[in-house]
Write a protein that binds this ligand. Sequence first.
Ligand code: BMA
Length: 329
Amino acid sequence: MNTTTSNKISPATNAPRVPVERYAGNPVISASDLPFAAQCCFNSGAIRVGDEIVMALNVWDAQWVPRFVIARSKDGIDFEIGSKTFAEIPDEYPYAGRKDGIFDTRITTLEGWHYITYNVSSSLGGRIRLTRTKDFEDFEDMGFITGIDHRNCVIFPEKVDGSYLRLERPNGEGKTGGDIYLSRSPDLIHWGQTELVLEKGTRYWESCKLGPGAPPVKTEAGWLCIYHACREHMNGIMYNVGAMLLDLEDPSKVIGKLRDCLMWPTEDYEMIGNVTQVVFPTAAIADVEKDELLLYYGAADSCLGRATISLSTLIKECLKDGPCLPGQS
Ligand code: BMA
């Protein structure tokens, strides 16, 4: 496979400690690959099912109406993209009739089901909704699983200590928001026992807000979490990617966190688009035998990128830096 490692200068160091190999054919999916007219597609969850990568593709159609469709691929590069919509803007006040949407899908396989979380927004705030499927053909809508105002939510692939778990980011930035929390649930519908996991601002590249990116990946060392991390600058907000490891038994505890930014926008398709300077990770698929973590990420709110990372290097470097709590970095 053709890959390319960006050699551009890191905002944190001069040489990346954990090289990120972008697929040389990126964007791996863009609007022109769709079987119907569309403006863009980005920020889409994906998982491995058997010998396929299945993606819950987050598309904005020609009229700027958001549509979710399923895409499948044997090699994770060439996707067969469906046109059947599996989730729509809820037909209820205050969402009905608004085009601002549904977006940011993430998929977690859990107890024989594939659970898809996504954000439903309106001018009154965003909320997370859940749907599930066994075969990516028939879907069961499970309704809203947060109150107002939530932006991002990823579900863990197994229960810990008898509870389902998720990482979430209530909306907001500045003093009162933009941090990552963990919540627990007995049934995936009712959530509580919320604890702060990671505060923004440990490092300058994650100074203004953070959010869970890909659903956590279980490794021997801990739950590996790839998250988005934002920095505000004179031209707006730059979306970067960070990595941390959470304790296997108590995932509210950070046991390792990469001090340096793992990935930041460098390529044209990440710098230029509907929203400039955005790399927004939504899927991390581990292959221990290949020592690979495969990432899918939205680029500039316009298309999808694909990248690979050495799993062992990433884990080692996260552990080396320790929890990296505020004031310790
Ligand atoms: C976030 C989400 C993402 C988007 C990002 C950059 O708040 O809305 O869908 O990629 O902003 O625009």
